[in-house]
Design a protein around this ligand. Sequence first.
Ligand code: SF4
Ligand code: SF4
Length: 448
Amino acid sequence: MNLPTFRGGIHPPESKSQTEKKEIEVISPKGELVYPMSQHLGVPCSPIVKKGDRVLVGQKIADADAFVSAPILSSVSGTVVEIGMRMTVSGAFENCVVVENDHKFEHGGALEPHRDFKSLEPPELVKIIREAGIVGMGGATFPTHVKLSPPPDKRIRWIIINGAECEPFLNCDNRLMIEHPEPVIGGLEICLRLFPEAEGIIAIENNKPEAIRRIDNELSEHSGNIRVMPHRVKYPQGAEKMLIYTVTGQEIPPGALPSEVGCLVLNVSTVAHIWNAVIDGMPVLDRIISVVGDAVASPKNILAPLGTSVRELIETAGGFTEEPVKVLSGGPMMGISMRSLDVPIVKGTSGILALTARSAQSFAESACIRCGRCIDACPMGLLPSSLDRSVRRRDYAAFEADGGMNCIECGSCTYVCPARRHLTQSCRDGKAGVMSERRKLKEKGQAA
Ligand code: SF4
Ligand code: SF4
């Protein structure tokens, strides 16, 4: 079958077999829960509790006044034992609320269940989604209530549910669709109530036949404007721009939002959380995480309360068979290398990947041989080798002029480069360099 796809991209080994058939295992954390104040794109939250306070499951413990932000809620009941700087998965230190779990799991959230969501007006639905702390659970962590509030002049024609999960090793979205298709479809129905002219499309890579079948079967119980669209397996199919091109054939202009071309893209886990929040009054308290890699004794898909430590997840997965040389938060393509296991999982943590020296090979860079493979692989149509040269000369103006700010940091160029050049890292550095130049110019302008 000639399935739709996008231009460019790569075919890394899928490496999904460790956990694709493993049912989601629910864990109850033993130790303290740590909640960093920045678990989303946008303005970080500030604590609204203090040391010594007792908190309940679902109680808001941090929030911000800004529109582009999302509150943080306690995933356990217990006592706030600390508010202070702790290391996070990125290795940076952030202000965190630390709760000692009392293992009573007493609920005290402010959200009400609304079994009949059709009785709610769109602004009420958006408010519930905000209060539930829902963000892009695929890893982007953009606050969902903001995404669901596009400019009024934009007509939304497609709501695309991202079930691609193209990142190797990970199976959290796959297992969610297989085991719990109802909240995925129900969450999409709630979103369609906000945009009644839109069509709902659940886009799934063709290497997840069971998920496609389960969603399709469940859809037969529903009436409405929703369909499943299988697409070809290719990385980075789950990136927003690639998914929109695959589903609608449209390209998003540089710097524009999906609403510009009539689209909204939401991850499967995000819509499932929308369903939980609206129907059951249950905010974002936990998430599914694939704990995988050849260093993990018993790889699993784990539903863990937010704030649980990575060390506890590794212990749940049987510990290490041998000392890993690399532990990543996320998958091998876009994951972040971790410095410690004593850091908490957050809303955007989709996987923990622990690799031994056999699988985490690292090679020294050599000179570019101008083979052009990075150019063929780049799904954004960029020239990674040329961007790399600009960044190494610190010529951020050239980097920007060549479209470097459009890089989605997918890692495809680095993956195919025979000279092992750190092209994706160069793009990250280039983007940081441009932002720093912009800040300097702004400060100069303000000082003048
Ligand atoms: S330049 Fe950026 S978008 Fe293009 S392949 Fe490399 S990381 Fe991906
Ligand atoms: S893939 Fe590597 S060696 Fe080939 S052109 Fe790109 S940077 Fe140069």
